[in-house]
Design a protein around this ligand. Structure first.
Ligand SMILES: Cc1ncc(COP(=O)(O)O)c(C=O)c1O
Length: 328
């Protein structure tokens, strides 16, 4: 595996202990790990997943990169920002029939200089196939291909720089994160495997899957170099089944608004809100032993709120409440 020689930046982060009647009743501690980035569009897990890719582009003097995402993708917004800051070109294959000029995410990406190519679903499904990637390599010479979500082994290595296991109260024994393309979960597994060597291993790493993707377990495993694959205890838990990804059930939106109002930390209903909602259900069901210390990764994603409002999936009132807290 090609490792960049530049060091990844260890992200600055804030910790928040979340105290609720629920956590008190279950006798568990819940901590939120919130990375702090100067650029709100590269918040949460985004810079961690992109940093090694950008380093590699600069070291190998690539012209830029090609990547993939849905029409409201946080990854596209983040990678467009990163490309502009790094002064490299960015092209994105967007899962959409047309590039809607009023879509707030796509408009933002174009403003950063990203070239957007509308891609039908059948073609988009080929985004990981070797023959398709070979065609893209020819079509975009001297460009790095960054997988959807930034979820490559390099992306996972960037996530492994997050010190999620060490809360201000001491080591966590459970790590949890929203998971979609798998890079974030793979990074936590890598970091935990490294911690194993220092006898500081967490007991349970939980990926709360926001997509119904039966291949996710294999995707995560494939991102792990062989030395990591066996070391860490990890599992994937489905969040609300029966609700499609990016459709916001009312209870998730309410949960996000109430959580944000109570704790002053904004969450959104596609990733962090959906995952935390499930984690709360697991705590309530007594799935964690008393004394457990859970560390939850706040992976950002607040740019997606504008797209939810645009598609009328959240009300203006909810949008205002959540985005105002996000801007604090
Ligand atoms: C806000 C947010 N949280 C969590 C995730 C899931 O991360 P991953 O795709 O690495 O599984 C994503 C997708 O990148 C995201 O945008």
């Amino acid at each position: 595996m090609l490792l960049p020689t530049c060091h990844a930046t260890i992200p600055a982060a804030r910790w928040h202990q979340i105290i609720e009647p629920l956590t008190a009743a279950a006798k568990v501690e819940l901590w939120l790990y919130c990375p702090v980035t100067a650029e709100p569009m590269i918040s949460g897990n985004k810079w961690m997943k992109l940093q090694y890719h950008i380093n590699l582009i600069q070291q190998q003097q690539y012209r830029g990169f090609v990547t993939f995402g849905g029409a409201f993708s946080n990854h596209l917004a983040a990678s467009a920002t990163a490309a502009k800051l790094a002064g490299v070109s960015a092209t994105a294959y967007v899962r959409a029939d047309t590039i809607d000029p009023d879509n707030p995410t796509l408009r933002y990406c174009q403003q950063q200089g990203m070239l957007l190519l509308a891609t039908d679903r059948a073609t988009y499904r080929r985004r990981q196939q070797t023959d398709f990637l070979a065609i893209l390599a020819k079509r975009h010479p001297n460009c790095l291909i960054i997988p959807e979500g930034g979820s490559s082994t390099l992306g996972a290595q960037g996530i492994a720089s997050a010190d999620l296991g060490n809360t201000p109260a001491g080591p966590a024994n459970i790590l949890a994160t929203a998971t979609a393309s798998g890079g974030t979960l793979a990074g936590l597994i890598m970091a935990n495997s490294q911690a194993t060597k220092m006898n500081n291993q967490v007991k349970d790493i939980i990926g709360l899957a926001v997509l119904n993707d039966s291949g996710l377990h294999d995707k995560v495993a494939q991102l792990l170099p062989a030395c990591f694959a066996m070391a860490a205890p990890w599992r994937i838990i489905a969040t609300a089944t029966g609700h499609r990804y990016a459709k916001c059930p009312g209870e998730h939106i309410e949960f996000c608004c109430q959580f944000t109002a109570r704790h002053g930390i904004a969450i959104e209903p596609i990733y962090t809100g959906r995952a935390l909602y499930k984690l709360y259900q697991m705590i309530a069901a007594g799935e964690f032993a008393p004394g457990s210390r859970i560390s939850f990764f706040h992976t950002g994603g607040m740019q997606g709120l504008a797209g939810l409002l645009y598609r009328k999936l959240i009300s203006f009132k909810h949008y205002q409440l959540l985005s105002a807290a996000a801007a604090d």
